[in-house]
Ligand binder design. Structure first.
Ligand code: MTE
Ligand code: MO
Length: 432
């Protein structure tokens, strides 16, 4: 089919250099484009991509998709990686992982854009289909560029809490990562000889010594990245890298504060949940308000009872829970979107509730909220999450009752657990 399409294209008798416009090599005139620049941008981008990939898979493991309500897709079709019992220590483990994942992801964007700019003439390569081998290479680039664009775009809109798409973010971002990383591995193997040649010819650092006056175009080769008709440079290569690095640094500054906290939080202007709120005990970020979750005051009024199920079943009022031994702990809520906030919580240990339910050695806990709808109203916790001394069903925060938006009458707070599993407005605990 490819051959037939190539043949049909030839029969159109278009000029061999392509129709006028971007498919002609001479259309592209930047003197900076060339294998050295693309190699350098790629080598700067690669470690960032590796960090984002590793923290992404760690986050996937922290989600514990092999446990009950956490499953991201139908069990039978799920390919899982890195599944182990997620630990509950150190308490900041997930906050740090996710802060790095989101911040480094943002920082990588200027590098990604610069790298795409450096290879854009290839998008218009003429003829578009030359041979089956070339068609296959272009298809793999579709996985690479499309995969990168998809991962970064879904990641950014997720961190902005904006969901214009009608698919499950967790599922799409997870499988998108596999497509992108597989295409990246193929790309690295295919391009290794080109990269080695570029560095053999120019050295890894030498082009960075050239100021604007000494900046020369890389040599043109048909089908290559360098221009056959380079314009006079308006910027040196080190100037270009400094510009990209400056943009990356600026993004780090306006993102990292949402995870690091302290005075840096004020700088996190790009983070919708990053900003500092007032000094009140419940004045810290709210991800989903009670109104947004359709949790009405009537659902959690004096008639509310916590159903605790295990070897026996109990129904506990808030007063009953407050009469049990109370434990306090300084713990973060760490959202998958990258922001985190550490507060002082107090309430009943999950291990104490497991013992009350007659299953002191419980290995799994299904949590369900009174929230009427939505995927986040359920979560499943594993052994480490039930038995940590600071794993709590929190009733109070910073010395005050939980506000309705933060999960009144009771919410889950567990060290190192992703925020998404810290269920608010808890109605049922089922220990297994
Ligand atoms: N019932 C319920 N619990 C929930 C959610 C929700 O939508 N519904 N959101 C979760 C998410 S994604 C996070 S990050 C935390 C945020 O807690 P906060 O709103 O108190 O800051 O609550 C979690 N608990
Ligand atoms: Mo979250």
């Amino acid at each position: 089919m490819v051959q037939r399409a190539a043949h049909a294209l030839r029969r159109l008798r278009l000029p061999p250099e392509g129709p006028p416009g971007p498919s002609r090599a001479a259309f592209w005139r930047s003197p900076l484009r060339g294998p050295w620049l693309t190699t350098t941008l790629g080598l700067l981008l690669l470690p960032l991509v590796i960090v984002v990939a590793v923290t992404g898979f760690v986050s996937h493991a922290a989600y514990q998709p092999d446990l009950g309500a956490n499953a991201i897709v139908d069990r039978a079709h799920d390919l899982q990686l890195l599944i182990f019992g997620w630990p509950s220590r150190p308490t900041w483990l997930y906050a740090a992982n996710q802060g790095v994942h989101v911040t480094v992801g943002f920082v990588a964007i200027p590098l990604l854009l610069a790298k795409l700019w450096s290879v854009i003439p290839r998008l218009f390569a003429w003829p578009p289909l030359r041979s089956p081998a070339q068609a296959l290479e272009r298809l793999s680039l579709l996985g690479l560029v499309g995969g990168a664009a998809f991962q970064f775009a879904t990641g950014v809109v997720n961190a902005q809490l904006y969901y214009p798409f009608h698919f499950n973010f967790v599922v799409a971002h997870y499988y998108g990562a596999w497509v992108f990383l597989a295409a990246l591995a193929v790309h690295l193997v295919v391009k290794l000889p080109v990269m080695r040649r570029a560095y053999r010819e120019h050295g890894a650092w030498r082009p960075l010594r050239d100021d604007l006056a000494r900046t020369r175009a890389e040599a043109y080769e048909p089908g290559g990245l360098a221009s056959p008709r380079p314009a006079a440079p308006t910027m040196s290569r080190r100037g270009l890298l400094a510009m990209v690095g400056g943009a990356a640094g600026a993004l780090a500054v306006v993102t990292a504060g949402q995870s690091i906290g302290g005075p840096l939080r004020r700088l996190a202007v790009l983070a919708p949940r990053g900003g500092a709120l007032g000094p009140g005990p419940n004045d810290f970020p709210i991800n989903k308000t009670a109104a947004a979750a359709r949790v009405t005051p009537a659902l959690v009024d004096a008639s509310w009872r916590l159903q605790v199920q295990g070897a026996r079943t109990l129904a506990l009022s808030r007063a009953d829970l407050l009469a049990l031994r109370q434990t306090s702990a300084e713990l973060p809520i760490a959202c998958v979107e990258g922001w985190s906030t550490t507060q002082r919580w107090s309430g009943v240990r999950l291990a104490d509730l497991a013992a009350l339910a007659g299953v002191p050695a419980a290995r799994m806990l299904h949590v369900a909220s009174v929230q009427p709808r939505g995927v986040l109203r359920r979560a499943t916790l594993g052994h480490a999450q039930i038995h940590d001394d600071e794993a709590l069903l929190a009733l109070r925060v910073n010395g005050a009752d939980l506000s309705l938006d933060h999960g009144y009458p009771a919410r889950i707070i567990v060290p190192a657990l992703p925020g998404v599993h810290c269920t608010k407005w808890v109605g049922t605990l089922e220990f297994l």
